[in-house]
Every structure is written in C-alpha cells, then in structure tokens.
Write a protein that binds this ligand. Structure first.
Ligand code: SF4
Ligand code: SF4
Length: 282
C-alpha cells in the first residue's frame, strides 16, 4: 500500500507526519520524494547502505558531422538547443533540457547527435530499525525533480511494502508525480487562511488523480474551525489534529520525532495506519 503525505507548501508538517507514521508502522518503507529538500533523515537517522547516482540522457552534438540544419532545435520544446547555421555553431543549455529525446529522434544525420548521460541527483537507501529508508536528492541547479522521483517510484519501491511517502511540497509536477501511484493521500495543513488556500489547491490535484484523501491539521490551537468546516463541506475526513505546542516545535528543531516529543500521539498514528491498511477510506 502506498500512502502519500502531501501539503500545498513546505513547512506545514509533512515530514513530521510522515516520519511519525513510519516509526509507528514498524515494518514499512519510508520514501522521501521531497527531492529538492529531503529532511526525513534528520528524524529517522538511517544507516545508509547504498548511494546510486541517477542519470538521464542529454544530447551531444559533433560539429564536425552536423550539417546545422536546425531540426533538433526546432523539435526541442524547451529551447535547450540553438543552432547557428552561418557560424556553424550549436549551443546546448543543459539546465533547460528535459531529456525527452526528441532532438536525437529527429536528427537526420548519422552520428551528428548522440545521447550521453548527465547526473541529476542521488538515491540513497538504508535502514532505521525495521523501517527501510529511501531518499532522492536532486543536484543543485537541475531543472526538475520529476525524473528522479519517477526513477525512485519505478525502480526502487517494493509494492509488497507498506510505503509511507513524503511527497514533494506544492502543487506542481513533482507533487503530481509523487501522488500518481498512491492508494491514499494524507494532506497536512495548518488552520489558517493560507493553509486552507494551499489545501484547496492540493485537493484539486487529488480529485483530478481520483485519489482518496484525509486531512491532518498541524499546529491546531483550538480556536479555528476553518479547516474542519471546509473538510465537512468537501466530504474529506479529518484524521488527526496535532496541537500547537512549543514542545513540539522545539523537538522538531532538534530533529526529535513527534512520537518521542508527544508519546501520547503514537496511538493516534497507529489507529490511522490500522484504518488505512484495513480498508482504504474507512
Ligand atoms: S538535427 Fe542533427 S544535423 Fe541538424 S543541426 Fe541538429 S544535430 Fe546538426
Ligand atoms: S532531449 Fe529534449 S529537451 Fe533535451 S535538448 Fe533534446 S529535445 Fe530538448
């Protein structure tokens, strides 16, 4: 089962929730797909066993063979190639390239354009107790985390595991990629107008993907029913409210998992896992 933990923006407590779920699950795999800023390791403190570089194909043009016809640049939807016929020069902007392969496909001249590998990030695997740990980390300056996320989902996950996935934040392509194969999405939010705004956007994606979802309200101060009212209107269950507490904030800043900072909350996470694994949406 693939449980994705998502939020409309960073800093709402997505990692707080996903690491707590993983530690409560006993045997599971924690997967950090927040590849631009993975930080689950701070709380889980895994022993890393393997590190694998993730590589993608990018074009390399041999200007001795190239006829400067410009077909490759024309085919590139991302403006990553420029061909200057009169100067007999080509320019490749690696940071714009999405490794789609269109340039190599359309090039009519044999051996003018070949694909070479370019590293985009690193995948680390390891263990913390009985929890398997998998983390993607995008190299600085790479344009998109999507290929790295797809590589982890397709090649590094065992579908027989209970997968607790710390999804990318936001509402763009990386979060869509992180949620696509999920069986259930836990949306973490805060009881503020900003929290509600981001939650509404993320729910649009979840609906579009046809996923079941539940909400966890973080930093609940007991004074606002903003999220609960919205959840009732949208027909989405509120699974848990995590109180606003200086103890939790202090523990978070020191890399102490929530279930250690608030031992009483462990049973509530176990209850959520029990319900989700017994039957999605119950
Ligand atoms: S399509 Fe091939 S031959 Fe034409 S400019 Fe590009 S690399 Fe050169
Ligand atoms: S692989 Fe795709 S994105 Fe990259 S240069 Fe070629 S056509 Fe453009």
């Amino acid at each position: 089962m693939y449980i994705a933990v998502a939020s409309g923006k960073g800093g709402t407590g997505k990692t707080l929730v996903s690491t707590s779920l993983a530690l409560c699950a006993g045997e599971c795999a924690y997967v950090d797909l927040d590849v631009e800023e993975p930080n689950g390791y701070i709380f889980l403190k895994p022993v890393i066993e393997k590190e694998i570089r993730c590589e993608l194909p990018v074009p390399q043009i041999d200007e001795q063979v190239c006829t400067f016809c410009g077909e490759c640049a024309k085919a590139c939807a991302y403006n990553a190639l420029m061909v200057m016929k009169q100067l007999k020069k080509t320019l490749f902007f690696a940071d714009l390239c999405h490794s789609c392969g269109a340039c190599a496909y359309v090039c009519p001249v044999k051996n003018a354009l070949k694909e070479v590998k370019r590293t985009i990030g690193k995948i680390s695997t390891g263990k913390t107790g009985t929890v398997k740990f998998i983390e993607g980390r995008l190299d600085v300056g790479r344009p998109s985390g999507v290929p790295l996320i797809a590589c982890i989902i397709n090649d590094f996950l065992d579908i027989n595991d209970l997968l607790i996935v710390d999804a990318s934040p936001g509402t763009s392509c990386p979060v869509v990629e992180s949620l696509k194969k999920s069986d259930y999405v836990i949306l973490v939010t805060e009881p503020t107008p900003f929290g509600l705004h981001d939650l509404e956007l993320t729910i649009e994606i979840v609906k579009e993907l046809g996923k079941e979802a539940g909400i966890i309200i973080n930093k609940d101060n007991g004074r606002s029913a903003l999220i609960e009212d919205f959840a009732a209107r949208a027909g989405i269950p509120v699974l848990l409210k995590i109180p606003y507490s200086m103890d939790i904030q202090r523990a978070y800043s020191e890399g102490i998992p929530l279930i250690e900072a608030q031992p009483g909350i462990k049973e509530k996470f176990k209850e959520i896992l029990k319900k989700l694994t017994a039957g999605i949406g119950q």
